[in-house]
Design a protein around this ligand. Structure first.
Ligand SMILES: [Mg+2]
Length: 294
């Protein structure tokens, strides 16, 4: 069984790094992109962040016009969505970002926040959760389980960060999975037990998750070529978790200080979903999920 474990927030404690990451992003934005006083941007960031947290169902990380994640599902996601909202709402800022990112792959603001994230997470280095090395070593030594680290970052950055852990063997990295790559024209549908064929999963009255993520789908299918038995483990729901569940792949949500209640509820209610209160809960949970013939 491949145990596909998300990197940021799952093996690492995002909650301890998010404010440093925000400060670094604000500094680069103020001086390199917007040319405005840093203090002003710090104040605007705090105001925007508070507004998002007061009504998180109204604010999202959007890519190609679709919601990739609600704003508060992860500590780094909240950073990214706060910056995107702040930049979109101020025309002068949006124009400055468009000048700085003239050949945007998505739109200039998404490219800008992606660039800030990748550059600054590489600089701050990881803050691994205390159980990370023990867990990975236990999986590396297990006869039928193989750990694979999942990330939207480039694989070589994460491989380098993992090399700072005392691991007994190298761990495979499934990098650049682009869980946020939303494709409005992708026609793939998913069978919901009561709703039939869906592309958007309504998980509660207020919250729904868009499943049109072809790049992530392909990454999970590529992993299946090595071993069709897979489980995905992550600290957030919309980006890494909803699609595996709809594909019939078990998903374990690591509950963190920032996990919204609706995410844990959605996972708990799904027959293939499990909620972990700590990384140490993963090994006993895998005992339940492992195919009997493995
Ligand atoms: Mg994560």
């Amino acid at each position: 069984m491949q145990v596909i474990i998300d990197f940021d927030g799952t093996l690492t404690s995002e909650e301890t790094q998010a404010s440093t990451l925000a400060e670094m992003s604000i500094s680069s934005l103020a001086s390199d992109v917007l040319q405005v006083p840093r203090d002003r941007l710090v104040r605007e960031y705090a105001e925007t962040r508070a507004r998002l947290l007061a009504a998180p169902h109204r604010y999202s990380w959007e890519v190609n016009g679709l919601r990739a994640s609600y704003c508060n599902e992860g500590a780094f996601i909240l950073n990214t969505t706060t910056l995107q909202t702040l930049l979109r709402e101020n025309q002068d800022y949006a124009d400055a970002v468009a000048r700085a990112f003239p050949n945007a792959e998505y739109d200039p603001i998404v490219d800008c926040t992606n660039a800030l994230f990748h550059r600054n997470t590489a600089l701050i280095g990881p803050a691994f959760r205390p159980q990370a090395a023990t867990l990975l070593n236990a999986l590396l030594h297990h006869p039928t389980r193989c750990p694979v680290v999942l990330t939207n970052s480039l694989g070589d950055k994460v491989t380098r960060l993992l090399s700072t852990l005392p691991l007994d063997a190298p761990v495979q990295v499934l990098g650049d999975t682009r869980q946020y790559e939303m494709a409005p024209n992708w026609t793939q549908t998913w069978q919901h037990p009561t709703l039939g064929a869906i592309q958007i999963w309504p998980v509660s009255r207020r919250y729904s998750v868009d499943l049109r993520r072809p790049d992530y789908y392909r990454a999970l299918q590529t992993a299946a070529q090595r071993d069709p038995h897979r489980v995905v483990v992550a600290d957030t729901f919309s980006l890494p978790g909803a699609l595996p569940l709809m594909m019939g792949i078990p998903f374990c949500l690591l509950r963190t200080p920032y996990t919204p209640r609706w995410c844990a509820r959605a996972v708990r209610r799904h027959p293939h979903g499990r909620v972990l209160n700590s990384l140490s809960d993963l090994l006993p949970t895998l005992e339940e999920l492992e195919p009997r013939d493995a």
